[in-house]
Design a protein around this ligand. Sequence first.
Ligand SMILES: Cc1cc2nc3c(=O)[nH]c(=O)nc-3n(C[C@H](O)[C@H](O)[C@H](O)COP(=O)(O)OP(=O)(O)OC[C@H]3O[C@@H](n4cnc5c(N)ncnc54)[C@H](O)[C@@H]3O)c2cc1C
Length: 487
Amino acid sequence: MNRREFSKGILIVGTGLGDGSLRDASAGVAGPSGEYYEEPAKRLPVRKFGVVVAGGGTAGVVAAIAAARQGAKTALIEAKGYPGGTVTEGGTALHSFYNLWKAFPGVRKRQVVRGIPQEIVDRLLKVGGCSGHAEMIEGYNYDSVCTCIDTELHKLIMFEMLVEAGVFVCVNTLLAGAIMDGPRVRGVIVESRSGREAFYARSFVDCTAYGDLAAYAGARYTEPNDYAVCNSVGIGNVSIDKYYAFIKANNGVGQLAKGMRSGQPDQIVRAGAEWISVPGLAEGARAIGMGMITTTVHDNYLMFIKCNLKMSVSPTNRDEVAKAELEVRRRMAKAVELFRQYVPGCEKAFMARTSPRLCIRRGRLIACDYDVTLADVLEARHFDDEIMVYGFHDSAPRLQVKNGGTYGIPYKALRVAGIENLLAAGMMITSDHEAHMSTRNTVCCMGQGQGAGAAAALCAARNCGTRDLPYPTLRGALEKAGVYFES
Ligand SMILES: Cc1cc2nc3c(=O)[nH]c(=O)nc-3n(C[C@H](O)[C@H](O)[C@H](O)COP(=O)(O)OP(=O)(O)OC[C@H]3O[C@@H](n4cnc5c(N)ncnc54)[C@H](O)[C@@H]3O)c2cc1C
């Protein structure tokens, strides 16, 4: 088979773009019948914990480790077969452990997120699964620092850290309901092949990204659907050096960062082709919402190429999501084809990894006691109850934290409004779109997870509600666990 035939093969399986003959995932399926089935009541076995964390993703793994290290008997409920979440599925790299100092001459470069998130990086570095904190050196370099990870090693390291901390890790387990006692969550209902069970606890943390637990508990939420859904494809048999040479030759370099790659320091680990205008490639990429920024920690692999799709209907609508899943899979196949066709050195590229399900940056947004505003972020505001500080914004240099400094995430921003013993962490907090462009980033979600997990454990130990925890107790525990606060 020659190169052209090889390329054609993939076009046959995918990318029905503009091809009206291709059917979507729900074609021919009947709608609801209008009849109802009355589900009989069941007796469920109960397990008891101090803290239950729902969702073992970016924020959830850190929350569960923090809660267990704080001494709480902790359970983590994760629907997939591994912990890790969107970090391993959608994002291009971890952004950012550092402040955005570059746009402010004279401002010091500072690592502002430490604690458990940094431990994760250290563990990954030991097994060759991380670029280290790689600084942007060319093009759109206001991003300052990104940290690229091996997604598969990340899943393993997360699992090991959870087990070492003594967390009861329930993977392949769906959170399917909340058991309420007035404004208190008494327990959650979980489903797995071991059956349906009830997990009781004193404190709960919702890290499901979509706020499933909070929604089951009756919390208020909005669902703005103001962002494209997106999946990422990992491409094998390629070279980031050749990719960079190609975009450089075509004046298209938007980003460049160097770090550890396949055991060697000072290698390209992130390259962005945001400014590429090669005819055919640029239009092709636009048609499938392809972001041409990629990262890697391995010589022959591009870790993330993203394909976006703006859904007209809610990303919590199963049938609409099914249509989007199919369309985004077609787009990912097309993305690989574009690499084969246009990027020298990528002629034999193949799809090595795809997101296991549709990824979204904003699903349900849960109402908490405080909603971080864009002014809080841009004005570098601090609070008298903060659980972490953060200094990155996704839209830099257009939106920057004042003077390259940090703002605080207050504890009250994690307390789910109207519920006594439920905290939230991750992309489900912050309703303002542009403030969310900061708080939803991976490293901020991880930091929130540490704050929420520690707080939940302290509440469980005192048998108190989340609003009755004295802040000095929480602050002391976080400082002891290595969390950085602005001095
Ligand atoms: C395409 C894309 C690209 C991005 N790029 C970047 C980037 O380059 N840099 C960056 O810093 N950030 C990036 N982000 C943002 C960042 O990755 C996310 O905002 C962040 O990872 C979300 O973390 P989380 O903990 O809230 O959710 P997640 O990491 O998604 O974790 C939620 C977990 O909960 C589980 N879960 C959900 N519902 C249930 C249930 N009912 N029962 C059991 N388990 C459940 C899920 O399986 C998942 O593991 C990107 C996001 C996307 C979607």
